[in-house]
Structure formats: C-alpha cells, structure tokens
Design a protein around this ligand. Structure first.
Ligand SMILES: [Zn+2]
Length: 430
C-alpha cells in the first residue's frame, strides 16, 4: 500500500505533477473544463445501439488491497454515469472471484465479476478455481474457449506478449500512468506533507486526480502493432481501489494515530500539531476517525476514464458480444461526457462500426462525430494520416490498413487526449 501510495503521490509531486498541483493551475483547469462543457450538445446515436459507460478493472473488498464495499462502488458508478462495472479482483484462497464476486444489476448498474490474473483482465464464464494454466496463452485459450473475454493488462510489463485470439488489451491504465513519476517519493514519506495537500485535494478532487494524466504513448504504440496482426479491442483500465490516502484516528487525550486507507497503523501522532485539532475532535470519542483523505475515491477514479460500449441491451451477454466485436471507445470523461461520440466507415456496402473487418472498397470514407468541437487525428497503422477541427470530420481512405481516431481538447492551454476510438480493420482485396 505504501509503495503504491508513494508511487502515485510521487507522480503528483514530481516536477510536472507538482506544478499541476498548485491552486492556480487546478483552478485554471476547472474554469477551462466548465467553459468547454458549456459548448457540449447531445449527439443522439444513429447506429441503433444503446451506449453504456463501463468501468473495467475495478477492485472491491474481495481484493487484498481494497476495502471498497459494493454500496460505495455502485453509488460512485451512479454519480459518474457508469452503468456497467467489470470487476477484476485479485484471486485468493478465501473466495472464488467468479462464484462470490459481484454480479447482476444493482440499482441500475450491471456488475460483472472478473479477475486480474497472470497478466490479464479476465472475464471468464466459469470458475477458474484450481485451474493452473502452464502459460498465458493456455489461460487465454481456456477463457475464450468458454465464451469469456481476456485483455492484456499492464502491457508495460509484457510488451513482448503476443497471445493468439486474445480479446484485446488495456490501452490506458490509471495506475500505470502514475507510476513513472518518482522524484518526490522521499518528501511524500512525510505524512504531514500529505495533510498539507489535503485542502487542495478536497477542493479540486477530480482536477488533482487528473493531474496525473499523460498520453499513453507506449501503450498505444504496442496496441497499434498488435492490431496490425489481429483485431484487439482497446479498453481503459481504471485500476480503482480507493486505497490511496490516510485517516487519522483519535486514540486518547492528545494522542492519535495515522492509518493508511486500508486501516493499517502507520505512526502515532500528537494531535496538538494538527491545525483545527479541537474542531476535528468535536462530537467525537476516542477510537473514532477524525480525518480522512483519499486521492482516489471511487467517484474520482471511475469518472476519470471509461470504456463506452455500444450495446444491443444492458446485459452481460451483450457486453461480452460488444467487447468481442470491438464496438467501443475510451474517453476521459472527467473533462466532459463523451456520450454520443461516433466513428464509422462508410462504403457502398453500408456502414461499418468500430471493430469491423472489411475489404477495401472505393470509395471508402470514415466519419467521426463528437458532442464538442475537437481536434481530430486519424491514424492508419499507428501513423497520423489526417487532422482536422470541428464537431465532425470525414476522412477518405484509399488503401487497406488499421484505422482509428483520436479526439483532443485543449484544457487550460494544454492539448489533451479526450477520446480514443477502436479501430476499423480494412483488409486488402483478395
Ligand atoms: Zn488492479
């Protein structure tokens, strides 16, 4: 927990991150995002699908590194417009993630159990208890052979993986985005520094969380390479735990203890050093928590990024079908709700959704539309081949290749990736 916390906080506090964690910068981001959202128009879907916001890679109390309850997670999902939560618990002996995991519709949110195991985000349709595959390929084959789905997770740790038939890969992982920033780890070992930052985190929770966002260049490079060989559905991984933070428990008299977000005691402390120590203890008794602060509240981590699914209906079956088809896009909805985004191909044969594999036809056009004016980038085989500005864009294609697009916004003067489409795979004529 501590190493994870420090890794994350160090991201906040490294030269760049620290700059973003200043009140003026956070306020500028908020003002910028508010102004952008005012331009947003609802874009009704014309493809006949129901769009559902999904969060993949979510941990709850079943995982050793989270104490999140299902009530908290469902409440956070509802606050962020999420209607599908796909869990990825760490398997352990005391439970079966498939049998005991969260499942079904709860308060309008569809829950699907899964696991983070052996390098995959795994969504099997059977229990994997007692299963000991000899290789990642064997595990993927086992899951997919029973109509389950598997995504390569944390690709930064397995850039050489080429799993035949795998459903796809995580093309963004929040935790991976954080962990490359290390310079302020030592400063962050001082919990009082954290407490100093807590007012900022309270006032700008989403902006502080988003200060960690970078363009996932290494992930996308690998994804583009893999998509040249076979379709790989790109999904975002929230890696949500709500385990980065501190609580302070009043023990007795002027004494208290600092605990991590999982309730582990870190140090004893003299409460007299805390600003507002009297106020914090008002109406509290020894043994009570008098202060809590999380950088990664579920509400903030689930809002940060999501995978939007184009479903036939809100059901587990439909989610599985959609992920296999690649009919989905990834959006950093913390900036603005990306609902309505569309990217499709059009030829004399008709309309081709994201994830489609088609044979080159002439003419072939790609259309992109978003609920905000954006900067569009069309990629062919991982290389930008056209750019334009506006709510909509049309690109003509005259060769085969793997086509995907990105939509960028400018937030407080900084160009930032907002939406990533899944590809349309255009094959040569036989
Ligand atoms: Zn995880």
């Amino acid at each position: 927990m501590i190493s994870c916390l420090l890794a994350i906080i160090s991201g906040v506090a490294s030269a760049d991150g620290l700059e973003k964690l200043k009140a003026e910068r956070l306020e500028a981001v908020r003002v910028s995002v508010d102004a952008i959202r005012k331009q947003r128009v609802d874009f009704p879907r014309t493809d006949g699908y129901q769009e559902h916001r999904a969060n993949l890679h979510v941990h709850s109390h079943w995982s050793h590194d989270s104490v999140g309850t299902i009530e908290e997670i469902v409440a956070a999902a509802k606050q962020t417009g999420t209607s599908v939560v796909m869990f990825t618990e760490h398997p352990a002996d005391h439970y079966d993630f498939f049998v005991d995991g969260h499942r079904g519709v709860r308060d309008g949110v569809l829950l699907i159990p899964g696991a983070e195991m052996q390098g995959f985000l795994a969504y099997p349709t059977i229990s994997l208890r007692g299963v000991t595959p000899k290789s990642p390929q064997e595990l993927s084959d086992l899951i997919l052979g029973r109509d389950g789905q598997a995504f390569v997770s944390h690709p930064e740790e397995r850039m050489d993986w080429e799993i035949q038939g795998v459903t796809g890969m995580a093309i963004y992982n929040t935790h991976a985005d954080f962990k490359d920033e290390k310079s302020m780890i030592s400063a962050m070992k001082n919990p009082f520094r954290m407490i100093q930052l807590s007012e900022l985190i309270r006032k700008y929770p989403q902006e502080c969380f988003a200060a960690l966002q970078n363009y996932p260049a290494d992930y996308l490079k690998r994804w583009d390479e893999l998509c040249l060989k076979a379709p790989h559905t790109g999904v975002s991984a929230n890696d949500a735990h709500q385990n980065v933070g501190f609580v302070i428990r009043w023990t007795e008299g002027e004494k208290g203890q600092l605990e991590d977000a999982l309730g582990e005691k870190l140090i004893e402390m003299d409460l007299a050093f805390l600003p507002d120590s009297e106020k914090l203890r008002k109406d509290k008794n020894p043994g009570d928590l008098i202060f809590s602060m999380y950088l990664d509240r579920y509400e903030n981590s689930l809002r940060h990024v999501a995978t939007h699914l184009l479903l036939k209906e809100q059901s587990e079956q439909s989610v599985r079908e959609c992920l296999e088809a690649g009919r989905a896009f990834v959006a950093f909805d913390w900036m603005a709700d990306a609902t309505g985004f569309d990217f499709y191909g059009e030829s004399t044969a008709g309309r081709h959704e994201m994830g489609s594999e088609i044979v080159i036809a002439k003419p072939l056009n790609f259309h992109a539309a978003a609920p905000l004016p954006v900067h569009w980038k069309l990629f062919r085989n991982g290389v930008v081949m056209a750019e334009s500005n506006g709510r909509e864009a049309t690109f003509a294609a005259d060769s085969d290749g793997v086509y995907r697009c990105e939509a960028w916004l400018e937030i407080a003067g900084e160009p930032m990736l907002w939406i990533l489409s899944n590809p349309i795979y255009v094959r040569p004529e036989m």
